[in-house]
Design a protein around this ligand. Structure first.
Ligand code: GTP
Ligand code: MG
Length: 313
């Protein structure tokens, strides 16, 4: 080490060692380069800093713009991830509070939510992840929203049934999502059904948008239709629950295997065990409360929600 390094340089070097993010590392290296005494004795060290700086810049580029825009992707959990999109104040956070253990802030002023907040919603015997988001509005929308919405399995468009601008807001949000190349939500939910006039407004909305969206009216505040909301979200995700049983025993209906609509008996077997799928000859199909129980089905038979399968290998 050259002996004549300045206190400024040594401070910058300490910052480099303590840097946690790519941006901090780059800033510290730049400071080191600026403060290092420029003479023959430090030439090797200068070259070394320049090399590290160029590498750090390259690394940060590879991770996109992560050092300047925080990356808010929410790790997926449960059977599906569903984001709540909507204008300010429509009740997105209230809905997440009502259906999950998460507690995003609810307030009667717009732009309360600034960060995505996930929570797990229970539908019968499956868990679905709901993600509360900041609003989409003409005034302002967070830059990272498109990425987070695109990443999810599905989206719900949540509006306030008593909002005079609701039609304009639906059109604006649908247009914005299309501009972001994000799929438009299949489900349009009208909230605040408990308020006077909301039911009439919902009928009008359904008439206008019934062809474009599945429509549902709820009250996140009173809990009205929230069980139906959970079922509809499950349906929109196109999920299918399959139970398994061993011959002569009852099926365990509490812990389903979750598959996608269109998947078959062999896909179900594969979820249970890889070897099962390989050696499967056929399965017997049972339905809760059905008289024609134990029907033999082929490996390629598409599964339906709440099928009970008994595998034979
Ligand atoms: N009457 C009634 N009020 C509701 C209902 N749901 C939410 N609210 C109220 O509407 C206001 C906004 O609710 P939030 O959940 O904060 O709305 P948000 O969509 O998350 O708002 P932003 O975070 O700004 O996008 C609050 O005052 C809530 O108490 C409902 O079902 N009925
Ligand atoms: Mg909110």
């Amino acid at each position: 080490m050259p002996a004549n390094l300045s206190p400024d340089y040594l401070a910058a070097e300490r910052e480099f060692k303590e840097a946690r993010t790519p941006a901090e590392r780059i800033a510290a290296l730049e400071q080191m380069l600026a403060t290092i005494p420029k003479h023959k004795g430090t030439e090797k060290l200068q070259a070394d800093i320049k090399r590290r700086l160029s590498q750090a810049r390259k690394d940060s580029q590879k991770k996109g713009v992560a050092h300047s825009t925080p990356f808010y992707l929410v790790e997926k959990e449960g059977a599906g991830q569903v984001v709540l999109a909507g204008p300010p104040n429509s009740g997105k956070s209230q809905l997440v509070c009502a259906l999950t253990h998460a507690q995003p802030e609810v307030a009667d002023y717009p732009f309360t939510t600034r960060l995505p907040t996930p929570g797990m919603m229970t539908f019968e015997n499956v868990q679905i992840q709901l993600v509360d988001l900041p609003p989409i509005s003409r005034d302002f929308s967070e830059m990272w929203l498109p990425q987070v919405i695109r990443y999810a399995h599905a989206g719900v468009l949540l509006v306030d049934l008593n909002d005079g601008d609701v039609l304009d807001e639906i059109e604006f949000i649908a247009g914005t999502l299309a501009g972001w190349r994000v799929p438009t939500p299949k489900l349009l939910v009208g909230n605040k059904l408990d308020l006077p006039g909301a039911s009439e407004n919902f009928s009008a909305l359904e008439e206008l948008y019934g062809n474009r969206f599945r429509c549902l009216a709820i009250s996140a505040a009173t809990g009205q239709n929230l069980d139906l909301f959970a079922r509809t979200v499950f349906d929109v995700l196109e999920l299918v629950r399959v139970y398994t049983k061993v011959p002569g025993k009852k099926a365990d209906l509490s812990s389903p295997f979750v598959l996608h609509r269109g998947q078959t008996v062999i896909d179900a077997a594969r979820q249970v065990h890889k070897d099962f799928a390989e050696h499967l000859k056929f399965a017997r199909l049972f339905r809760v409360g059905s008289h024609r129980d134990g029907l033999m089905v082929e490996r390629t038979h598409p599964v339906k929600d709440e099928d009970i399968l008994e595998f034979h290998i």
